[in-house]
Design a protein around this ligand. Structure first.
Ligand SMILES: Cc1cc2nc3c(=O)[nH]c(=O)nc-3n(C[C@H](O)[C@H](O)[C@H](O)COP(=O)(O)O)c2cc1C
Length: 120
């Protein structure tokens, strides 16, 4: 399994780092990846998937699962991790975790075990 991520302020990058994954970073969405992959994304705007992430998905439709990082702050709670949810719905793939910021150690362990299942 391959891994790609987008990160604006560093939370998603930290999550990927804690998992020890060798992952491709999405900068403008023109990147290419061969084969199946799991995508890690934040949420922006009011529950939006970042535009470079949407563009990347259009160019690389073999996404198999999503990991999201959002915020439980009052201003975002009603659209908590919608950026990841949008992808799950549009591509009919599971959202395996929805973290608040960098999440907890338990979140990381949960993601690790879900990724292992996907790689079997
Ligand atoms: C302008 C702005 C809008 C945001 N909107 C949402 C939102 O609608 N839902 C949500 O769950 N998080 C929202 N967030 C929180 C980010 O998705 C969250 O901080 C995430 O961890 C950022 O990941 P990154 O540090 O890798 O960029 C927003 C953050 C900013 C700055």
């Amino acid at each position: 399994m391959k891994y790609v991520y987008a990160s604006k302020t560093g939370h998603v990058e930290k999550i990927v780092g804690k998992l020890g994954l060798d992952a491709l970073k999405i900068i403008d969405g023109t990147e290419k990846i061969d084969g199946d992959y799991v995508i890690f994304t934040y949420t922006c705007g009011k529950g939006k998937t970042p535009s470079p992430v949407e563009k990347f998905l259009e160019n690389n439709p073999s996404v198999k699962a999503v990991v999201g990082s959002g915020s439980t702050a009052k201003s975002h709670i009603e659209t908590f991790n919608f950026g990841a949810e949008n992808i799950g719905r549009a591509y009919n793939v599971p959202v395996i975790a929805k973290l608040n910021g960098v999440g907890t150690d338990e979140d990381i362990e949960h993601i690790r075990s879900e990724l292992e299942k996907l790689s079997i």
